[in-house]
Every structure is written in structure tokens, then in C-alpha cells.
Design a protein around this ligand. Structure first.
Ligand code: FPP
Length: 283
């Protein structure tokens, strides 16, 4: 960058405006007055379809098919409990390493889900957003994902984020690259890059961080899911395999969440912590 580049005169507000969320029309509900006993945002790592099928003596494909049924009822149940944002890990950037037949099955299920469920999601006020890397996807999958977002764009009851071809490290690297390109072009002052500004370059821009992350099937790891956003998330790991995830399992996770004392690195309770953040933001 030339020494005379104008970036040093740029204030953080205009710098933030440089990095827009993917969807300019994306609007968020007002979070004021939210019930702190119910998570605003739940992320779910839906794991165990294969083991479920194996235990039933069925092909893996059947486990994934039953996984989609569990996904459908999770969307309904989560919405009914007043959760506003749900992020589901549907296909990771590492899932391409699976045998081609299994990848084909998963893509077919995605297609069926969009084709069969979209109008119902729309009439239930669900707004779909897809997070993950899209540029390398085939045009037909890209179109499918875009259609899901377009058809449901006016939904305001539940914000359903589908993580597809998603890997958190890849997301963070793409965000860093975007900011670096702006800095190299002289339109962004590197000194103005704060965690808040950085978050606006992520796929999840505009979506509040998850309060609760649930992983099924007894595995206790994040597997490259929402690494940045999970900084203060509460975790619930359940032995239940994803196809068996039902209302009772969801309610157990919500009960567990309710019993947590969230301090966000401080000593205050969640409500007080929120007030401190508001005070700090007000200067
Ligand atoms: C893990 O089960 C599950 C996934 C690969 C992702 C979740 C997928 C679905 C719920 C079905 C597809 C839905 C859409 C909309 C694409 P696993 O195969 O890793 O189970 P295992 O660990 O027991 O083998």
C-alpha cells in the first residue's frame, strides 16, 4: 500500500460499512426484552445418522433420511419454544471426503428438503439463510440454496441458518481475506479492525452469537462449527443419535441451558452483563 493511502483517515463506522452481510435485505428482530432463560440462538451439530442406521441394520442412507425428519421437527419445536435463530450443521466442508455415493445421498436429501419443505417453511414465517463457502459449489446447488433464501426472504418468526459446505476456519480465512483486500485497496484502516468489525465479514454477519450449541451422538467436539461465534456459547452434549432427537431431548437441553450461570468473562449474571455491554457501547 502506498504511504499516502487514505486509509488512516477512515473512521471505524465507515470501515464497518465496507463489509456488508451477504444479504442486504436481511433484518433481525429486536432482541430487547428477550427472555434470558430461552436461548435466542441455538446451533446444532446433528451427529449420529450413520450409527443410528447401523444399529437398526439399515443402510446409512436411511439414517440420513431419518435425520432430515428429525431436522424438520427440530425446526418446528425450536420455533415453538421462542428461539429466534437456529443454525444447523448440515454439510461440512470436510464431508466431501465421504464416499461419493454418500455425498450424492446427502445432496439428494438437501434437494428434496428444499423442494418439499420450502413452501411450508415460508408459510410458517421461517427465513432461511445458508452459510458456508458457495463459490466452489456446482451452479445447480448454488441455485437451489439461493432459491431457499429468496422464497423465504420475508420470514420473521424463525431465522434458520443452514451451514452447508461450511467450515469455520474457512469462514474466518475468507473474512480475513475480504478485510485484507479492502486494506490493500486503501479503503480500510487496519487499525480499525475490531472483533465487531471482523464479525461483519463472517458468513453470520448480523446474526447474534449462539447462546447454546447442542451436539448429538455423544461426541464432544466442535468439528469446525462456528468457532468464532461460539466464544461464549453454552454446550450440551447428548448421547441421543440425531434421528432420535425429539421434543424431550430438546427440552432436556433447554433445561440444562436454564441452569447455567453465564458470566461472559465477568462476575455479573447474564442480565447485568448485557447492561454492562450497553453501557460500554454508550461510551
Ligand atoms: C452426521 O451423521 C450427519 C451429517 C453428515 C450431517 C447432518 C445431515 C442430515 C441431518 C441429513 C441431511 C440434511 C440436509 C438438509 C442436507 P454421521 O453420518 O456422521 O453419523 P455417524 O457419525 O454415526 O456415522
Amino acid at each position: 500500500m502506498p504511504a499516502s493511502a487514505p486509509c488512516t483517515t477512515m473512521n471505524p463506522v465507515s470501515a464497518a460499512a465496507l463489509v456488508q452481510p451477504m444479504d442486504d435485505n436481511f433484518t433481525l428482530p429486536q432482541e430487547g426484552g428477550a427472555d434470558h432463560h430461552v436461548p435466542t440462538h441455538i446451533g446444532i451439530i446433528m451427529d449420529g445418522n450413520g450409527r443410528w442406521a447401523e444399529r437398526q441394520g439399515l443402510p446409512r442412507r436411511e439414517g440420513h433420511r431419518r435425520g432430515v425428519e428429525a431436522l424438520r421437527s427440530a425446526v418446528r419445536n425450536v420455533g415453538e419454544r421462542g428461539v429466534k435463530h437456529l443454525t444447523l450443521f448440515a454439510f461440512s466442508s470436510e464431508n466431501w471426503k465421504r464416499p461419493p455415493a454418500e455425498v450424492r445421498d446427502l445432496l439428494m436429501l438437501l434437494r428434496l428438503f428444499v423442494e418439499r419443505d420450502l413452501s411450508e417453511l415460508k408459510s410458517n414465517g421461517v427465513k432461511v439463510r445458508v452459510i458456508g463457502e458457495r463459490a466452489s459449489l456446482s451452479p445447480d446447488i448454488r441455485k437451489l440454496l439461493e432459491r431457499a433464501e429468496t422464497v423465504t426472504r420475508f420470514g420473521d418468526k424463525l431465522f434458520l441458518n443452514i451451514a452447508f459446505n461450511y467450515g469455520a476456519r474457512d469462514e474466518i480465512v475468507r473474512a480475513a481475506r475480504k478485510l485484507a483486500e479492502n486494506a490493500a485497496a486503501g479503503t480500510l484502516d487496519p487499525a480499525s479492525i475490531t472483533p465487531e468489525l471482523f464479525a461483519t465479514a463472517l458468513d453470520t454477519a448480523g446474526i447474534p452469537d449462539p447462546d447454546l450449541i447442542i451436539r448429538t451422538s455423544g461426541e464432544m467436539r466442535l468439528s469446525n462449527f462456528l468457532l468464532w461465534q461460539a466464544a461464549y456459547a453454552e454446550f450440551v452434549f447428548t448421547e441421543t443419535l440425531w434421528p432420535d432427537f425429539d421434543t424431550a431431548t430438546l427440552d432436556q437441553a433447554l433445561d440444562s441451558f436454564r441452569s447455567r450461570d453465564r458470566r461472559f468473562g465477568g462476575r455479573a449474571h447474564a442480565h447485568q452483563a448485557d447492561q454492562l455491554v450497553v453501557k460500554a457501547a454508550a461510551g
